[in-house]
Ligand binder design. Structure first.
Ligand SMILES: Cc1cc2nc3c(=O)[nH]c(=O)nc-3n(C[C@H](O)[C@H](O)[C@H](O)COP(=O)(O)O)c2cc1C
Length: 302
């Protein structure tokens, strides 16, 4: 009922782990599959290992989560070892993820990460938390998106998905630029820029002061991004942002998503959330007489 074909690859269900959550080791990625995800995305990796920002880097609230992890990761060489470990443990689809400061470095990393047994490659050009180091996210600029997409496409041996920012007011135009530069898919969206303040301490909560907001509060924003992108491009979309329930996941698919990314919901509902979401989807589909997801994909556009 939930089987999904994404860029010629079969997924047992459309729910995939979003990048940056539980996604650093082969064992933790496999644990997510065991808990019901149809596929996994690894934490974004850079050329060299990165420590990220000083603590506190994360805070959870009733309706949202905020982080400024600062893309801490073990570097490409270590990441490749973990990706290989994952494929020894599981046959489930694996999405690699890279980020870099220049188109040339993105191209280099794309070639390198394809030494690992990944099925797809996501390009993170939309992290809102590293502007001081890298400048504004590339995902705000059509020429930058074009350059990076072309550089990665030239070197990648697997299909690529460009991950966009909900902060870009023209996300549909940005998506179109990625498509015409060779992207095979779009991941929408990354976190949205925000901040929280500890009133008693009279200080921002995060050491980095600002961070990326995810979780339920992001959901309607992400849904509208997917809706707009679906109208602009023909390539498939990984709808990500605030999905916490089966009902949210079905709404993403009705807006036009093929796969649905889930990250912060792990904070709200535990790692079992993948199983809960797929069960909730199945229940609603049975109640509504929906036999498969192709029947409803993009249906709100009719
Ligand atoms: C702690 C944390 C770390 C993240 N790290 C990454 C990352 O390394 N690369 C990336 O593309 N997105 C990263 N993201 C963004 C998520 O993949 C996702 O796009 C975003 O959180 C919205 O989905 P959600 O509301 O389901 O979490 C991170 C999010 C969180 C909460």
């Amino acid at each position: 009922m939930l089987e999904t074909i994404f860029l010629n690859k079969q997924f047992s269900n459309p729910i995939v782990l979003a990048s940056g959550i539980l996604g650093v080791t082969g064992a933790s990625l496999n644990n997510v599959i065991k808990n019901g995800a149809g596929g996994v995305t690894v934490k974004s990796v850079s050329k060299e290992p990165r420590l990220g920002h000083p603590n506190p880097t994360m805070a959870g609230y009733e309706h949202f989560f905020i982080n400024a992890v600062g893309l801490s990761n073990p570097g490409i060489e270590n990441a490749i070892l973990e990706l290989k470990k994952f494929k020894e443990l599981s046959n489930a689809p694996l999405i690699g993820s890279i980020f870099a400061g220049t188109p040339e470095e993105f191209g280099w990393l794309a070639e390198k990460i394809c030494e690992a047994p990944i099925d797809f490659l996501e390009i993170d050009i939309s992290c809102p938390n590293v502007s001081r180091e890298f400048g504004d996210p590339f995902a705000y600029s059509v020429p930058a998106v074009e350059k990076i997409t072309k550089a990665v496409k030239e070197k990648s041996t697997v299909p690529i998905s460009v991950k966009l920012s909900p902060n870009a007011w023209n996300i549909d135009i940005i998506a179109k630029a990625a498509e015409s530069s060779g992207a095979d898919a779009i991941t929408a969206v990354n976190t949205i820029s925000g901040m929280t303040i500890d009133v008693r301490a009279r200080r921002p909560v995060l050491h980095n002061k600002q961070g990326g907001v995810s979780g339920p509060a992001l959901f309607p924003i992400a849904l509208k991004c997917v809706y707009d992108i679906y109208r602009a491009v023909k390539i498939p979309i990984i709808g990500t942002g605030g999905v916490t329930t089966g009902e949210n996941a079905l709404a993403m698919i009705m807006a036009g998503a093929t796969l649905v990314g889930v990250g912060s919901a792990v904070y709200f509902r535990g790692v079992e959330v993948f199983k809960h979401i797929t069960e909730e989807m199945t229940k609603i589909m049975e109640e509504e007489g929906i036999k498969n997801l192709n029947e409803i994909r993009g249906c709100v556009h009719l």
